[in-house]
Design a protein around this ligand. Structure first.
Ligand SMILES: C[S@@+](CC[C@H](N)C(=O)[O-])C[C@H]1O[C@@H](n2cnc3c(N)ncnc32)[C@H](O)[C@@H]1O
Length: 285
């Protein structure tokens, strides 16, 4: 998309591109799979001190030890980590002796994991794939989907993914996920900034960030409009479905899972009425 025509800014194209999109409308460009952006993302994943593409190292350590204990993860068990990124959770899980399969759509993250984790932990397997396309059949004892990935999907994609995870698990298998909740602080805002080259592109660009709220279902939308010096414009859209406890419980139950326990997070902290995240443990029935 181009917003400069005959040396003029086409304001109606610009206006269109920053207005509130229909809920779950996709952006014009890739995000996790983009060659340049995925490199910036990998740097964020690997920074142990900031919660951006992955949680901080301290949180990952705490979550993995909670999950390992809770699921009795050990040699002989098969674990599926969906949206594994560069394998930060896979690595910790693999230390138990279990066999861990990580799936991610980002080629860069999968290459990193194959080069940096696989050589030391032989029983890890990394597959570059859209997790909506997995076709495992009763192959895993435990499946994980961590860092609120479930909330980025449309309701249709959520149902599809739940059915795929259900099919991937053995009888009584455990599925662990975290989501953001309706208690998350949100704001509707517009923020404009100019970069000489940064997260979205090595070349100079304008970034217009619009955040929107949707009521049905309650969802936060982040829309980044990125315009380069030639007027070439990309729109990246990210959504966070904000669940109530009843909604997520009903969705999981309807898709063949029994709720074992809902925590405030995957460190196992107790739920409160103010919890802005849920760490959820369910079992295939
Ligand atoms: C927020 S990151 C979390 C990564 C990892 N779970 C962690 O916490 O370190 C989301 C990950 O999901 C991957 N991802 C997003 N959509 C995907 C899809 N449809 N199929 C497979 N992977 C996907 C991204 O490439 C990214 O690595």
């Amino acid at each position: 998309m181009k917003i400069i025509d005959n040396n003029k800014i086409n304001l109606s194209v610009l206006k269109n591109s920053i207005q509130q999109p229909d809920i779950f409308k996709k952006g014009t460009d890739k995000f996790w799979e983009d060659e340049y952006i995925s490199e910036q993302m990998l740097n964020f994943h690997l920074n142990p001190d900031i919660e951006a593409a992955s949680k901080t190292k301290e949180t990952i350590d705490s979550e993995t030890s909670f999950i390992i204990k809770l699921t009795d993860m050990k040699e002989g068990k098969d674990v599926l980590d969906l949206g594994c990124g560069p394998g930060l959770y896979v690595k910790e899980f693999a230390k138990t002796g279990a066999t861990i399969t990580g799936i991610d759509i980002s080629e860069r993250s999968i290459n990193y994991a194959n080069e940096n984790i696989k050589p030391e932990y032989e029983k890890t397997f990394f597959i570059k794939k859209n997790y909506l396309d997995i076709n495992f059949e009763k192959s895993f004892d435990i499946a994980t989907l961590i860092f609120y990935d479930f909330c980025a999907l449309s309701p249709k994609e959520q149902e599809l993914l739940l059915s795929k995870i259900h099919r991937s698990l053995r009888d009584n298998g455990i599925f662990i996920l975290d989501v953001v909740t309706e208690k998350k602080e949100t704001a509707t805002l517009t923020n404009v900034s100019i970069s000489q080259g940064g997260f979205w592109s090595p070349k100079p660009y304008i970034e217009i960030l619009n955040t929107y709220l949707y009521e049905e279902p309650k969802t936060e939308g982040l829309q980044y409009t990125i315009i380069d010096e030639e007027g070439i414009t990309k729109v990246i859209r990210i959504y966070h479905r904000l669940f109530s406890l009843t909604e997520i419980t009903e969705m999981l139950t309807k898709n063949g899972f029994k709720i074992e326990k809902v925590y405030h997070n995957l460190k196992g902290e107790s739920l409160t009425e103010h919890s802005d995240t849920f760490g959820i443990i369910v079992r295939k029935v």
